[in-house]
Design a protein around this ligand. Structure first.
Ligand SMILES: *Cc1c(COP(=O)(O)O)cnc(C)c1O
Length: 369
């Protein structure tokens, strides 16, 4: 069965037919064959993150990406600790909300949505406030598509001896991240983003020595990162509660296809090329990107509502949907924008096909004026 449209969104994404086919069987969660698949993908994720088995371990968490973020924040920061949340978009703000709801002691450092996180400002904050123990930042802020300077911020966090929690939801697997070399303590992503699986669980690569300190810290029973890890280790691949068995099989297939594509570097190149084609096509059609090129991640692009044609998002969306593409509304409160994603099983020829429809749209909209 073919898809009615391609998803040009921040996730879930279009997946391959073979990833979807991997979900056609029902599996037993405690059977050793199933558990050995869980163990295998835990190991493969360590490789995707360039980490050693000796120093890092993978923990899965049922639910969407936010469940992984909430599990990590809620399990890692002790009651006498203090979290610094760095914010330049909706996902940074969501981490702040989680800290509020879970009553985790925290402070925030905010930047404009079109400004990358400034590592010097982070350092100033860490020096000023010695009670901060942990720092949380989003790598690619999917709100706008801005790519935050992970290396520079990690350097500052480590130089000032703090624990780092990185939401790399929309970047992990789509851009090389040397997790161990950068000394990231906890990095979070989910099954349905750049690995190109289907929604159903999130995963956290954790520094073993830091995770070992988290026993009994969790503010939730089901979102207890340490407890989930302990069960997975003790019972080699068992999840504490019902695991998304079909999603795990799809994910196994997705990781195989990531390797077949040539790994993270090759996928990054494909996404970059996709993104370049979209921006060129949109520019030719008279649209303007919200961010300057150098701040832009290769995953999703925000565009301003155009002024050269009569425009409503609804109309544009419906037109593109009938042409076989689904795009995404904006997530900025002060400015009218929409987003076009280019991750998932989408390729240069799809992007070029999109561009011909864009030109047709603009042509017809002019005519209507
Ligand atoms: C997708 C995403 C999440 C998680 O969103 P869910 O809807 O819970 O899957 C978190 N952070 C970022 C940066 C994301 O792109």
């Amino acid at each position: 069965m073919s898809n009615p449209y391609l998803l040009l969104t921040p996730g879930p994404l279009s997946t391959t037919a073979t990833v979807k086919e991997a979900m056609q069987t029902d599996w037993c969660t405690w059977d050793h064959e199933y558990k050995s698949i869980v163990e295998q993908i835990r190991q493969q994720l360590l490789e995707v993150g360039c980490t050693s088995k000796e120093h890092y371990t993978t923990v899965f968490m049922q639910g969407s990406g936010t469940f992984g973020v909430e599990a990590t924040l809620g399990s890692v920061i002790p009651n006498d600790g203090k979290l610094l949340v760095i914010i330049n978009g909706a996902y940074g703000r969501r981490m702040e909300e989680i800290a509020k709801v879970l009553r985790i002691p925290h402070v925030s450092l905010s930047f404009e949505a079109n400004a990358p996180v400034d590592s010097r400002a982070v350092e100033k904050k860490l020096i000023e406030d010695a009670s901060i123990t942990h720092v949380a930042m989003v790598h690619c802020e999917t709100t706008t598509g801005i790519l935050n300077p992970l290396e520079a911020v990690m350097e500052v966090i480590k130089r000032n001896d703090r624990i780092a929690i990185i939401d790399a939801m929309s970047s992990f697997g789509g851009i090389p991240i040397a997790v161990e070399e950068l000394e990231i303590d906890f990095i979070i992503s989910s099954a349905n983003k750049c690995i190109q699986g289907v929604p159903g669980f999130s995963f956290v690569l954790c520094r073993r020595d830091e995770l070992m300190k988290c026993k009994g810290r969790a503010r939730s029973l089901s979102l207890d990162l340490y407890d989930q890890w302990e069960t997975m280790e003790r019972d080699s691949g068992k999840w504490r509660f019902t695991s998304p068995t079909h999603v795990v099989h799809a994910f196994k297939q997705a990781l195989l296809e990531l390797a077949e594509e040539g790994g993270v570097a090759a996928r990054h190149e494909r996404y970059r090329n996709n993104q370049r084609i979209v921006v060129e096509g949109m520019t030719e059609a008279g649209f303007t990107a919200y961010l300057p090129r150098e701040l832009q991640s290769p995953f999703i692009t925000t565009f301003l509502y155009p002024k050269h044609i009569s425009f409503t998002f609804e109309h544009f969306y419906t037109f593109l949907k009938s042409a076989g593409f689904v795009i995404y509304p904006g997530k900025l409160t002060d400015i009218d924008v929409f987003r076009i994603g280019n991750m998932g099983d989408v390729h240069a020829e799809d992007m070029e096909r999109l561009n011909t429809h864009l030109l047709r749209y603009v042509g017809e909209s002019h005519y209507e004026n």
